[in-house]
Structures are given as C-alpha cells and as structure tokens.
Unconditional design. Structure first.
Length: 269
C-alpha cells in the first residue's frame, strides 16, 4: 500500500507524519536531524513510500539521502503546505495530505544527477559575485557621500584608487583602504571560483556546446547546465527558454492612441 510521508524539518529534530492512501494517519515519529536516524525511520515504514518536505537549508541533503529509499521524493516550495494553526505535527501531516491529494503546487527541483559538484560550484560562484558587487557598492557609496561624482570602473582599479583617495579628508582614507582590501581579497576569491567552475563544466560536452551560442560564454554556459540539469523536466521548449532567461518578453507603455473620432484605441504593436 502507498504511504505518504510528510517531514517537518528543523535544525535539531524532524517530525515525520505518515498517512495511507485513504488519508488515515498511519504513524507519527520524531527523530533527531541525523541522516542515519531519518533513513532508519523511513525504512521502517512498510509499503510504497512517497516523501514530501519543504524547501530549506537541509532540503538538498535530505533529498540525496532519502531518494534511494522512496518511490518518490518531492521538495515543496515554502508555503505550499495547508494553512491554519501551525505546529510540527500539524505541518508534517499537512505536507503528507497535500502530497496525497496532488495539492503541492510548487515543486523544487533537487535531482542534480552527475552535475552535483557543478551545481555547488555554481552556487558558490554566485555568492562570491554578489559579495564582490556589495563591496564595490560600499566603496562607491562612500565616494559619493563626500560629494564626489563617481562613475565607471576607475574608482575600483588599483591604478585609479590613489587618485580618488586624495580627494577625501584624512579621516575617510583609512576606512576606505579597509574596503579596498576587502574588495581585493574578494576579487582573488572570485577568480578562483570562476576557474573551478569552468574546469568542472568542461567535463560535460553540453557546456562546450552551449558556449558556442552567441552571447554565452563559459561562465554563463556552466550556470545554465548547473541550474537546468535536464531540459526534459520542462513540459514545453518555451518553458525551458523562459527558465534560462532566453524567452522573448514584450513590455510596453503608453499604448493608447486617440483616433479621428476622439476615441481612444489601443495601439497595435
């Protein structure tokens, strides 16, 4: 018999609720957030196991350890569980019931397949790039706070930064040197992250093929492969294009024109 299992995951403990195909509660367990204990508890549940839990910090790890022991493992988007009063038992049961009824609206893709290492490198690369951008914004914000107009990249370069610092009072020079030191360290880390990402992506033929497309370099191609993993998980090719940011999006404003009769008509695009 099919068993639908909802797991409410927390840092210290996991609440596991089990219902059968008729919606009757068949079990409730609380175990430590420990891989071995969770797997042992799952394997002790008889029948065809269908597991569901919400997206979170541990969701990728849970998917990897539970996927071999279940017929189906689904990671639900946050908020996909039923509403109402919340507690661990209620949340776990709501996840199991929504899964049984097919009411999980948002499913988060977690099956990395052979691209697991590439996915982690791509995620790390994105975090480092965001940190670099944040450091640059802090520097430019400090420059502008002194009434100095800053544009372009010269304010970040090693050659031009001394000229910029001379425009500030002495009290501001030491703090901005600290920000420059942070930026230099992050730029070095970003270079290493990009190198590791490209090296891992070169192991896969599809990344080399994608890099031949106009506008796609090795970094962007590696990101697409890491995020998409398989285009076959999309129902249509248009969904795949939009997910990759390659879909055509039409936006316009001021669409109304007044005709000879004084009537407003929508302009034809």
């Amino acid at each position: 018999m099919d068993k639908y299992i909802g797991i409410d995951v927390h840092a210290a403990s996991c609440t596991i609720a089990v219902i059968d195909a008729h919606g009757k509660q068949a079990g409730l367990h609380v175990v430590a957030t420990n891989g071995q204990e969770i797997v042992e508890c799952l394997c002790a549940i008889p029948g065809q196991r269908h597991v569901c839990f919400e997206e979170g910090t541990q969701s990728g790890w849970l998917y990897e350890i539970l996927e071999p022991h279940a017929v189906e493992v689904v990671v639900a988007g946050v908020g996909a569980a039923s509403g109402g009063p919340k507690d661990d038992q209620r949340d776990a049961l709501a996840l199991a019931e929504d899964f049984r009824l097919g009411a999980v609206k948002t499913r988060v893709f977690k099956n990395g397949g052979p691209y697991k290492a590439l996915r982690e490198l791509a995620r790390t690369h994105r975090m480092v790039v965001r940190d670099v951008v944040r450091a640059k914004n802090r520097i430019k914000s400090m420059v502008r706070s002194r009434g100095v107009a800053a544009s372009g990249q010269s304010v970040y370069s090693c050659k031009g930064r001394e000229e910029w610092q001379e425009r500030w009072p002495e009290a501001y020079r030491r703090p901005v040197r600290t920000l420059y030191a942070e930026l230099d360290a992050l730029e070095e880390v970003r270079g290493e992250a990009e190198k590791a990402l490209v090296q891992e992506a070169r192991k896969f033929r599809i990344s080399k093929l994608l890099a031949t497309c106009p506008g796609l370099g090795p970094i962007r191609a590696a990101e697409i492969v890491a995020i998409v993993v398989s285009p076959h998980r999309f129902r249509t090719k248009r969904q795949f294009w939009s997910y990759c940011g390659l879909g055509i999006v039409m936006r316009s404003s001021s669409d109304w024109l007044c005709d000879k009769n004084g009537q407003w008509q929508r302009a034809q695009v």
